[in-house]
Design a protein around this ligand. Structure first.
Ligand code: 13P
Length: 237
């Protein structure tokens, strides 16, 4: 299976003084199984250290007149090595479709970025027993025409993001094995799957016992390095 990884999605959560404090707290972080994804304007402060840096979103073109966007080419040449794509917040607030996400994945792989593709069902879809159908549709469309060698999936049930509610270990394990089966059917190849959604320093020990999980994508708890450190130590050491 290889080493598990822990990914921090800092979202848009820190002002400049918060970021200065955070940077001091991670100064001694020396762990290549950790990826930190800051708000993109702060990325230069995180580079050239002993962990990987990811970007939370990119556009699908390399260069051009796309005001406000950042490209995979620009990210990679700055030193960014991972990209989060298809996060439910991007799908929801910025209306990103599976088709657009597919184009973005292609652009990122062409530029050597490793892709963390987020998929997940809403509460309503879960209650209507549509979870598997939704996840399969996301996988089929997002991964169409893609070599998955540099793709990792993050399973993030939307109802578990920022809610302090997580599925049971059994549910997570079942869903991850479903995702791995679907990808194997599509690509005849194995894929890593992370879990994300209300992972914190208190529940990580238990979540980390799920045997088929390859790591974690952490939002809120990654913005406090004391908490994030507990998660890193539990999962990667
Ligand atoms: P929380 O860990 O705050 O629930 O966020 C999860 C997430 O969206 C990571 O991408």
């Amino acid at each position: 299976m290889g080493k598990k990884i822990v990914v921090a999605n800092l979202k848009m959560s820190m002002n400049t003084s918060d970021i200065n404090i955070y940077l001091k707290s991670i100064k001694n972080l020396n762990n290549k199984n950790v990826v930190i994804c800051p708000t993109s304007i702060y990325i230069p402060y995180f580079l050239k250290q002993h962990f990987y840096v990811g970007i939370q979103n990119v556009y699908k073109e390399d260069l051009g007149a796309y005001t406000g966007e950042v490209s995979p080419l620009q990210a990679y040449t700055m030193g960014v090595r991972y990209v989060i794509l298809g996060h439910s917040e991007r799908r929801n607030y910025f209306k990103e479709t599976n088709e657009l996400i597919n184009e973005k994945i292609k652009a990122c792989l062409k530029n050597n970025l490793k892709v963390i593709l987020c998929i997940g069902e809403s509460k309503e879809e879960k209650d209507l027993l549509k979870t598997k159908r939704v996840l399969k549709k996301q996988l089929v469309t997002c991964l169409d025409g893609i070599d998955i060698k540099n793709v990792i999936i993050a399973y993030e049930p939307i109802w578990a993001i920022g809610t302090k509610v997580t599925p049971t270990n059994l549910e997570i394990g079942d869903t991850i094995s479903f995702i791995k089966d679907v990808v194997y059917e599509l690509k005849s190849d194995a894929i890593k799957v992370l879990y994300g959604g209300s992972v914190n320093e208190k529940n990580i020990k238990e979540l980390n016992t799920i045997s088929n999980v390859d790591g974690f994508l952490v939002g809120g708890a990654s913005t406090d390095f004391n908490k994030f450190k507990v998660i890193i130590e539990e999962v990667t050491e």
